[in-house]
Design a protein around this ligand. Structure first.
Ligand code: XMP
Ligand code: MG
Length: 185
């Protein structure tokens, strides 16, 4: 049976990670998370960073067998310049009180490391039992601050990617695969 692949949008260069590879990797990450937290007494609180993480979160949690609670936060994006200065601001906090809980931050992509560094520090200050991170994509070439990632999906080169929750000016966020953008002239 031949697979029907819809044509790639004109502003996209190539598919970097296809749907099957994503599904396989996400179920592997969930298995690692199930194993790591199998003995916890309280439910694990997963905190997704909006908007980019929402599809990764949805796929990941449907493989979890451990008790868990899903929550989200929103942070501001200052644009490239602000992000390079390490500025991060919390726009919408979690609904759950994180104090006394094991927390897993669910993020779409690790770039400079500023976002995750800020969140890990902020959540630890709330008296959490532990704070760990599940990140779907990593751009190792762009790291500025070291961040400890426990569950990592794929390493990618320093190119702008969209799909599977990630966007360019809100475009392509709901593509089922990860694609590389053609840079704007
Ligand atoms: P930092 O630099 O804080 O950045 O680690 C993480 C955030 O940067 C955004 N980002 C991207 N978003 N395609 C996107 O759609 C990309 O290739 C990309 N690279 C970085 C993203 O919001 C992430 O949470
Ligand atoms: Mg993001």
């Amino acid at each position: 049976m031949s697979e029907i692949i819809p044509p790639l949008s004109k502003d996209l260069k190539r598919v970097l990670i296809n749907e099957d590879a994503i599904a396989k990797r996400v179920s592997e990450l969930a298995a690692e998370i199930n194993e790591k937290y199998k003995d916890i007494e309280e439910p694990l609180i997963l905190v997704g960073v909006l908007k980019g993480s929402f599809i990764f979160m949805a796929d990941l949690v449907r493989h979890l067998t451990i008790p868990h609670v899903v929550d989200f936060i929103a942070i501001s994006s200052y644009g490239r310049k602000g992000a390079e200065r390490g500025e991060v601001r919390l726009l919408m906090d979690t609904r759950e009180n994180l104090s006394g809980h094991h927390v897993l931050i669910v993020e779409d992509i690790l770039d400079s490391g500023n976002t995750l560094n800020y969140l890990i520090t902020a959540f630890k200050a709330r008296g959490t039992k532990s704070v760990e991170t599940a990140v779907f994509l990593d751009k190792p070439e762009r790291h500025q601050i070291p961040v400890d990632i426990q569950f990592m999906g794929f390493e990618i080169p320093d190119v702008w990617v969209v799909g599977y929750g990630l966007d360019y000016k809100e475009r392509h966020r709901t593509l089922p695969y990860i694609a590389e953008m053609i840079p704007e002239k």
